[in-house]
Structure formats: structure tokens, C-alpha cells
Write a protein that binds this ligand. Structure first.
Ligand code: SGN
Ligand code: CA
Length: 543
């Protein structure tokens, strides 16, 4: 693309020198104001990279020391690292719907993974398309129906599979050989290189399945972390005192993680009997004979060793934690490789300067905090999500953004960069000026909702507010419990301060702010009740 532009410029220079000087004078005159300046610029390309369930703790740029992600880190080193990125609803499809529409779940209708998403509503890709962008969606999206707003889509049906994955290309199902993360990267590079219209600016959503459950690594990373002893978080053996909703979940590493499905103890003797054994067998069977051979060569000795140990209690809990961490982090290594390939492609093709690259996840994830895996809760590790972003033209390398950013902000931000008018009903805000350092005004609180209950992992329905320092949560439906946290004093959220007299005025103030925020975003007790009824009807649960 760049080569073509230079060629065109060269022709003008040689062919009509006088006309060119005249043209340059005119151009100079028209560049007097910043607004005119923007109009003459080529709109930026956008690469929106997202992985599924990628905890910020597992990105080395965030400094937790668990693993090394040099390519994802490159985005922050050359641009900005967001230290307070959050989602509106910590579960896959609702988070993606919020990113596409720029609206909270109760406004875009996709409140949980179960109720349908309406693709006919507005989304930012549709607006970019109308403004002349070439758009593509590749990989996981988890929103049923044919994606709207994309010139090209090649997406996973539902959750997708790690080996020999199926994709739906512009509506047609196809199985690809190989490992999902590499296939998704190859499809993205192929679209960038061969499929898109090079005359147009582009926006591609490059969305990985990994590191989503059930964490099946790529062969080249089987042995990575074999010699690493991971230290569990301080609250790994949480007793959930004063937090009944946290006590009543099904996402404990010790009590709920399946030895076969999650931890790969698929013994040939079938002595390890677990509820999800058959489900894992189906994933295993997708591998080629060669892949199975390599898989068994690595996992069989671990299975043998595990069986010989007869672990119980605390020892079993810690063994499960190590096993979980190894495979989870291995799948991330392949994600990081893919990011490297895409960044290299931009560089090698002269696209680096005018392309915005964003890396994020559909939500955070528990890596043993409170003893958990999975997400859904409004507690920090799943509410928070990694955000890294670069755009050499406007973002200073090594920037740190400490403001409360939320996934509903992506849509208006992308439209802002593309100089497309932001629709009035979008609830997120553009953080373009915040990141460039041109503005410092920003919101002081964010709103959260979670609706998928009763369901898998048993995380109760709740909503709440987070300010820079405090968090107020209300769990409802089969419970009526409020929680208040002082994140400065208690960053791991172990002490529920609700009704603690020392925090009486904080509590009152947080209630008021929550009310204001619900009003601002158009949410209410009535709407919450309606969404509950929709869910119970869909699931056939008696009211
Ligand atoms: C699947 C997983 C859950 C996970 C949900 C939602 N179970 O149902 O562990 O919480 O997806 O994840 S599995 O047995 O199918 O692996 S989400 O990221 O898509 O929201
Ligand atoms: Ca997810």
C-alpha cells in the first residue's frame, strides 16, 4: 500500500513541476488548522487483538513475574500500558457485545452467555465500514449469528477447539489442520497480506481462543515451566469469611477443577474417573496420530507419577495449582508468538506508523487468587483486564494510563481515531486524548453487572461500582448481601467492610454514587428484575 502511494507521489513530481508547486502552496494554506490537518491525513488502521481469559497477571509488562511475554510487552514498550482497565460484565459474550456496541449489557441486550445477541443493532465496525474502512473479524467472537459490520469474517463456532479447529468463514464451516492459535494468526496475516482492499484503511479484530479452558498447549511448549515452581497467591486457601457469595461458588482449583478435563490426567487404564473425562477425550481425539504421540510422550509420565503419589488435601490442591499454571501459561506463549508475527508484519510492510494496535482480553481470570480459576466475580482479578496499546503518531512510548478505563470505551475510541462521529447513545467514552496526554479529565467511577446465575460455576448475580479506592457490590436473587472494600487497605478483597461503623460515610457515599451511575447508564431495579425473568424463562426455571 505504502509503495503505491510513493509511486503516485513520484509521478506528480516528475510530470508537472509547476502544477506541483501550485498544489503544495494550496496544501500548505489548507493545513493552517488542526481540524484541516486531520482531514488530509490517511485514517489510521486498527488491529484489535483480544485473547480469551488472559489474566493481566500473566503478561510480563504488568510485572507479576509469572511468565515472559516479550511480544505483547512490545505494545506497551512502544505505546501505553493501562493499569486500570476493566470490563462491564466479566464473561465472554457480554464483554464482546459491550466492546462492539460501546454500551452496557442492559442496553445492548447481551447480558449473559445464554441469551441471544442482536447483530442488527449498531456496532463500531459498521460505522467504520460506512466511513470507508475495510473490516475483518477473525477467531473467537462467541456471539451467535452472522457477524454484521465486517467485509470478511472467519470465526469459531462457540468456544472453538484447540486442535484441528473449526471456523465459519463468511457463513461456511470449515476444519483447519493444526493448532488454533497459529491458525488464527495465519488467517489474520493472510487477510492482511492478500484479502483486504489495500486502497482502504483497515480494522481487523484478531481474536484468540487461548488461554480459555481447557488449556491445551502447543507441542513446542509442552516442557516450558517444567522446572518452575509457582508460588500460589497469599489468599489461595481463602476461608471466605464475611463473603457468603464467594463461599458458594464452583470454581475452586481444589474442589472443582477436573483432573482429566482441566489437568490432562487421561490415563489409558481409565482408572481416573471424573465427570468431564468424556469431554476431554473428545478434544484429545481431534489431534492427529502424530500430535497424540507427542502429547502422550509428555503427559503419560506425569499421569504415572500422579497416580503413584495418591495426593490428598493441601498437597493435592497445590499439585493442581502447579499443573493448572503450567498449561494455562503455555497456551499464552503461543498467543505471544502470534502477536510477534503480526507486529513484525506491520513493520516489514511499512504499516507500523499509521496502525493502532490494541491488546486486551474479554475479561481477567483467577490464577489461584481466593483459590479459584475462572472469572465472573466483580473482585479485581476477573473484573480487571489487560489493555496495552500503541500508535506511534500519538502515543508516547512507555506511557502509563492509571485512569479507570472500561471495555465500553473501545468503540468510541476507535471511532474517534478514525474521525468518525461517535453516536450519541454510546455509553463509553473515547480515551484518545487521555492517552496522547492532551486531556486529563476522566470519570471517577465505573459500573459493573453480572447476570449468569443459576449456571455453571455458580457465581451469584450481582452489580456494583468501583471508584479509585472503594468497591461496593450487591449480590441478589437467592441472597441479598452487600459488600464494601477499601482497595487501598485491602487490595486482595478479603475483608468485607459493609456496615462497619468506621466506613459509614464511605458506605453512604458509595450507595449514592452507585445510584447516580445506574441512573446515568439507564439501569434500575426494574430492569434488573426483567433481565432475571428473561433468564429464568430461557432456562425454564420456576420463578
Ligand atoms: C465454558 C467453560 C467454563 C467457562 C465458560 C464461559 N466450561 O462453559 O469454565 O466459564 O465457558 O467462558 S467448559 O467445560 O466448556 O470448558 S467464556 O469465556 O466463554 O465466557
Ligand atoms: Ca472469556
Amino acid at each position: 500500500m505504502l509503495k503505491k502511494m510513493y509511486y503516485r507521489k513520484g509521478k506528480v513530481n516528475q510530470g508537472a513541476l509547476f502544477f506541483n508547486l501550485f498544489y503544495l502552496t494550496l496544501l500548505f494554506a489548507s493545513c493552517q488548522t488542526k481540524v484541516d490537518d486531520k482531514k488530509t491525513e490517511q485514517p489510521p488502521n486498527i488491529i484489535f487483538i483480544m485473547s480469551d481469559d488472559h489474566a493481566y497477571q500473566a503478561i510480563s509488562a504488568y510485572g507479576h513475574g509469572l511468565n515472559n511475554t516479550p511480544n505483547i510487552d512490545r505494545i506497551a514498550n512502544e505505546g501505553a500500558l493501562f493499569t486500570k482497565g476493566y470490563v462491564n460484565n466479566s464473561i465472554c459474550a457480554p464483554s464482546r457485545a459491550a466492546m462492539l456496541t460501546g454500551k452496557h449489557s442492559h442496553m445492548n441486550g447481551k447480558v449473559d452467555n445464554i441469551l441471544p445477541f442482536d447483530w442488527s443493532q449498531d456496532n463500531f465496525a459498521k460505522h467504520l465500514q460506512t466511513a470507508g474502512y475495510e473490516t475483518a473479524l477473525i477467531g473467537k467472537i462467541h456471539l451467535d449469528g452472522i457477524p454484521q459490520g465486517f467485509d470478511y469474517s472467519n470465526v469459531l463456532p462457540g468456544q472453538g477447539q484447540y486442535y484441528s479447529p473449526e471456523f465459519i468463514e463468511n457463513g461456511i464451516k470449515k476444519t483447519y489442520q493444526g493448532y488454533i492459535t497459529q491458525v488464527t494468526t495465519d488467517l489474520t496475516l493472510d487477510w492482511l497480506d492478500k484479502k483486504r482492499d489495500e486502497k482502504k484503511p483497515f480494522m481487523v479484530m484478531y481474536h484468540q481462543k487461548a488461554p480459555h479452558r481447557t488449556w491445551m498447549p502447543e507441542e513446542k511448549y509442552f516442557t516450558l515451566f517444567d522446572d518452575t515452581q509457582f508460588t500460589p497467591p497469599d489468599n489461595f486457601f481463602d476461608d471466605y469469611e464475611g463473603r457468603p457469595a464467594a463461599a458458594d461458588q464452583e470454581m475452586g482449583i481444589y474442589k472443582d477443577m477436573d483432573l482429566v478435563y482441566d489437568l490432562k490426567m487421561l490415563d489409558k487404564e481409565k482408572e481416573i474417573k471424573t465427570p468431564y473425562r468424556g469431554m476431554f477425550q473428545r478434544q484429545y481425539d481431534r489431534m492427529t496420530d502424530e500430535q497424540k504421540k507427542a502429547w502422550d510422550a509428555y503427559y503419560d509420565p506425569i499421569i504415572k507419577d500422579f497416580k503413584s503419589k495418591n495426593l490428598e488435601g493441601k498437597d493435592l490442591a497445590l499439585w493442581k495449582y502447579q499443573r493448572y499454571m503450567q498449561d494455562y501459561l503455555r497456551t499464552i506463549q503461543s498467543v505471544d508468538d502470534g502477536v510477534g508475527e503480526v507486529l513484525d508484519y506491520l513493520k516489514e510492510n511499512g504499516l507500523e506508523e499509521n496502525t493502532i494496535v490494541v491488546y486486551t482480553s474479554d475479561q481477567g481470570f483467577y490464577l489461584g487468587e481466593h483459590g479459584w480459576f475462572d472469572k465472573r466475580f466483580m473482585y479485581e482479578e476477573s473484573f480487571r483486564t489487560p489493555i496495552l496499546m500503541k500508535y506511534p503518531k500519538e502515543i508516547k512510548a512507555g506511557s502509563k494510563i492509571n485512569n479507570l478505563i472500561q471495555n465500553i470505551d473501545f468503540a468510541p475510541t476507535f471511532l474517534d481515531y478514525a474521525n468518525v462521529e461517535i453516536p450519541k447513545d454510546i455509553q463509553g467514552e473515547s480515551f484518545r486524548k487521555l492517552v496522547s496526554g492532551e486531556a486529563s479529565e476522566w470519570r471517577d467511577a465505573i459500573y459493573y453487572t453480572y447476570y449468569e446465575y443459576p449456571a455453571e460455576h455458580k457465581v451469584k448475580r450481582h452489580y456494583g461500582i468501583r471508584t479509585d479506592r472503594y468497591k461496593l457490590i450487591h449480590f441478589y436473587y437467592d441472597i441479598d448481601v452487600w459488600e464494601l472494600y477499601d482497595l487501598e487497605q485491602d487490595p486482595t478483597e478479603m475483608k468485607n467492610l459493609y456496615d462497619n461503623p468506621e466506613y459509614a460515610s464511605v458506605q453512604e457515599n458509595m450507595h449514592k454514587q452507585l445510584q447516580d451511575l445506574r441512573k446515568k447508564y439507564g439501569d434500575s431495579d426494574e430492569l434488573t428484575q426483567q433481565n432475571l425473568e428473561r433468564f429464568l424463562d430461557a432456562k425454564g426455571i420456576e420463578k
